[in-house]
Design a protein around this ligand. Structure first.
Ligand code: BTN
Length: 322
């Protein structure tokens, strides 16, 4: 464990009582000055640590922000969340995760932001990223054929769906990546990759989940289509807890995919997808048409029956006509 983590653990263990710099220095086998440096750095990260010359250091209450250590504390995962970084405000967590991936960051890195100034959605849209929502990106280095990349998005969708459902809400998935509650979008996923057609170098899976932000404060054009956990539950929930549940669900799906392949995941995904069976309008990259969604194949492509033929949709938007 890093010095800062040992210090936090000790501060938590003391439950609001002071611990002296000398004790911490002894515990870590470092100088008091080194302890002081770590404390400063923790304060900068957002930990409300009070210091007293005579008595040492105290942490009155655990932060409600998903700071790195808060998320890692008791996180029962194999790969996801091995490293967690938190930023109060950044452009886009996907961009930071990509930068870190290029510099060799490990698989399972999670980048979290309190708010984003350049949050991105699919199809070059922006993603409303006000404080209170959850904005995180997971770095993966899976040994899969690049043609199977959509599987990562579907897997993430399932993890997000399970997380939302764990709060007692009835959630469903709208193809390809929208998790919805009461017919409104609560979560979106943006997967971006780097590599060649033959080899995948890494993938970043960005998840935006409306938690304690309220759709009533969204821009008017998306307000009516969105919801949040707070809107649905009538009260806020712990962001730290939401992150943990999401990462644990994601880790479970990722392990499942590596051990057993994709067939169980896609079966569960299909059962949660409310697009299948609906009359839809597909707005693809090169054409738009109407039809009936009849299924989703193993690669996540939507099969739409239109004018007596079944068309395979791999990208674009789907609008429900009923
Ligand atoms: C969509 O439904 O259009 C996808 C939205 C994805 C938003 C998330 S928020 C965290 C990550 N960072 C981004 O800039 N986008 C994704």
């Amino acid at each position: 464990m890093a010095n800062k983590e040992v210090i936090l653990e000790e501060l938590y263990r003391r439950q609001g009582s002071f611990v002296s710099g000398g004790e911490l220095a002894k515990l870590l086998g470092v100088s008091r000055a080194a302890v002081w440096k770590s404390i400063l750095s923790l304060k900068e990260e957002g930990y409300p640590i009070r210091s007293s010359k005579k008595r040492g250091y105290v942490l009155a209450k655990r932060p409600s922000t998903p700071l790195s250590f808060e998320v890692k504390w008791g996180l029962n995962t194999e790969v996801i969340g091995r490293e967690v970084v938190y930023f109060d405000t950044i452009g886009s967590t996907n961009d930071i995760a990509k930068e870190m991936a290029e510099k060799g960051a490990i698989e399972g890195l999670v980048v979290i932001a309190g708010r984003q100034t350049k949050g991105r959605g699919r199809l070059d849209r922006s993603w409303v990223s006000q404080r209170g929502g959850l904005y995180l990106t997971i770095l993966l280095r899976p040994k899969i054929d690049p043609q199977h990349i959509t599987r990562l998005t579907l897997m993430a969708g399932l993890a997000a769906l399970r997380t939302v459902a764990s709060y007692g809400l009835k959630a469903s998935i709208k193809w390809v990546n929208d998790v919805r509650v009461s017919g409104r979008k609560v979560c979106g996923i943006l997967t971006e990759v780097s590599g060649s057609a033959e080899v995948l170098d890494y993938a970043v899976v960005g998840i935006g989940l409306n938690v304690n932000n309220s759709a009533s404060r969204f821009p008017v054009d998306v307000r009516g289509m969105a919801t949040s956990l707070r809107d649905e539950l009538g009260e806020g929930v712990s962001l730290v807890e939401v992150v943990k549940r999401l990462l644990m669900e994601f880790d479970e799906q990722y392990r499942r995919m590596k051990a057993d392949g994709f067939s169980d995941i896609i079966t569960e995904w299909r059962a949660s997808c409310d697009t299948i069976g609906k009359r839809v309008r597909v707005v693809g990259i090169s054409e738009a048409f109407e039809g009936t969604a009849v299924g989703v194949d193993e690669e996540g492509a939507l099969m739409v029956e239109s004018d007596g033929a079944v068309k395979k949709v791999t990208a674009g938007d789907v609008i429900y006509l009923e």
